[in-house]
Design a protein around this ligand. Structure first.
Ligand code: HEM
Length: 398
């Protein structure tokens, strides 16, 4: 239990964090990696380069500080992060290291303003926050290892098949090298893929949604090739251009809290932009196989036909539903889609099933626009689930 004085001190420093939060975490990462370069095997270097992880961590520390006397309020956010931590292999022994360098960074950036009282209070508060993460992650580790077919950490998978889905997206069929049956996952979940590019010193980790329904023999991911010069494109370029059928990748057990319950009865509208189609197709296919009477509407936005993935797969799968519909929205004019331009309130009013639940996935500006439109046509926030690729950042929907 934190003392009232500690709580008061931590809360009193929130305004300082607001101003200096990103500066502190940027400093924190540079000191952390200098002292513990081995952690570069876990962290996404591209996120570091783009400052995205700094923002994510800063936001979370700030949110935790605001709620330090009622941490249960941020448990859903902690769980989302804990899924990612578990899939990356973040362990209890990593927390004191992160805590030590966070305090050092606070001291470094705030200078004399960081009094001993403030540092002690933050040290204690960090301990409480870290314990919350560690205990939630312990349950997740136990679950991943004890699930039928589950395993600890990473294991080798062989690329059994590569299949081009569009000019930018290729599917990888990944079979466990040990031939074991794979654990079930919820449609919408992702896997962390770990690989080492020849010549690199550190492992690279990326999260990819599982892009079809569960089968015990293989997992499928469908990867968009990002621009090679984009730091985020290193792994996708390597997967597309260098890795061949028969090569090996390492995977941890599927994770994530963005999923639909296949067996629910209420209507579902699945809305995706670009490669955001991957978890949506997994949901659609899983429902078509297990609960084909459920009303499902599938709305996908693509720039044009060349970059559209799973076009015929979606049509075939929707045809298996007794009450399924699908719409394609092409951004470019003059193409043979159901709508042209962007998904907006008008499109949603015409296409979506307004009585049900919504799942949205795609690039951040796409999701902001779709969520804003859903809100404008009266869909309550609790009916809208969304996931975007990359570290959790504040989505602006108002
Ligand atoms: C991701 C917060 C401890 C390693 C994240 C994210 C947040 C976060 C907000 C982004 C989640 C997302 O992508 O959706 C925190 C907080 C911590 C903590 C508040 C302490 C209480 C740790 C520790 C490690 C770690 C101890 C391991 C040394 C990572 C990694 C990612 C991540 C590797 C994935 C993103 C990337 O690679 O850039 N964490 N974290 N975190 N965290 Fe933590």
């Amino acid at each position: 239990m934190l003392s009232q004085q500690t709580i008061d001190t931590v809360k009193a420093t929130v305004p300082v964090l607001e101003v200096k939060g990103t500066e502190i975490t940027t400093r924190f990462y540079s000191m952390l990696f200098e002292a513990h370069p081995e952690l570069l095997n876990i962290f996404n270097h591209a996120n570091q380069k783009q400052g995205r992880q700094q923002t994510a961590l800063a936001n979370t520390v700030y949110a935790a500080a605001v709620h330090i006397d009622q941490l249960e309020a941020i448990i859903p956010a902690v769980k989302k992060i804990a899924h990612k931590h578990r899939s990356l292999g973040v362990l209890p022994e990593h927390y004191p290291i992160v805590g030590e360098y966070l305090l050092k960074a606070i001291k470094d950036v705030l200078g004399d303003a960081a009094t001993d009282d403030i540092l002690t209070a933050w040290g204690e508060a960090y301990g409480v926050i870290a314990d919350a993460f560690i205990s939630i992650e312990k349950d997740m580790y136990d679950e991943a290892a004890s699930a039928e077919g589950g395993w600890e950490g990473f294991k080798n998978f062989t690329i059994a098949k590569k299949e081009q889905e569009s000019s930018l997206i290729t599917s990888f069929y990944l079979k466990p090298a040990d031939g074991e049956k794979l654990p079930e996952f919820m449609p919408g979940q992702y896997v962390t893929v770990r690989t080492k590019i020849p010549g690199d010193e550190y492992m690279l980790n990326r999260q990819y949604s599982l892009s079809t329904s569960y089968t015990p023999d293989y997992y499928r991911i469908s990867v968009k090739k990002e621009a090679e010069q984009d730091p985020n494109g290193r792994v996708s370029t390597f997967l597309h251009d260098e890795l061949k059928e028969g090569d090996t990748l390492e995977l941890s057990v599927p994770a994530g809290d963005f999923f639909c319950n296949i067996h629910d009865e209420h209507p579902l509208t699945l809305i995706s932009g670009g490669v955001g189609i991957t978890p949506m197709y997994s949901m659609l296919k899983s429902i078509a196989e297990k609960n084909a009477d459920r009303p499902v509407t599938f709305i996908h936005a693509a720039r044009n036909q060349d970059v559209r993935a799973f076009g015929s797969d979606v049509q075939e799968t929707v045809a298996k539903l007794s009450n399924g519909k699908s719409y394609i929205v092409y951004e470019q004019e003059g193409l043979d889609g159901d709508f042209t331009g962007f998904i907006n309130a008008d499109v949603l009013k015409q296409a979506a099933n307004l009585d049900g639940e919504f799942f949205v996935c795609g690039p951040v500006p796409f999701m902001e626009a779709v969520i804003r439109s859903l809100t404008a046509i009266g869909i309550p926030a609790e009916k809208i689930n969304f996931e975007f690729f990359g570290p959790a950042m504040a989505i602006k929907t108002e």
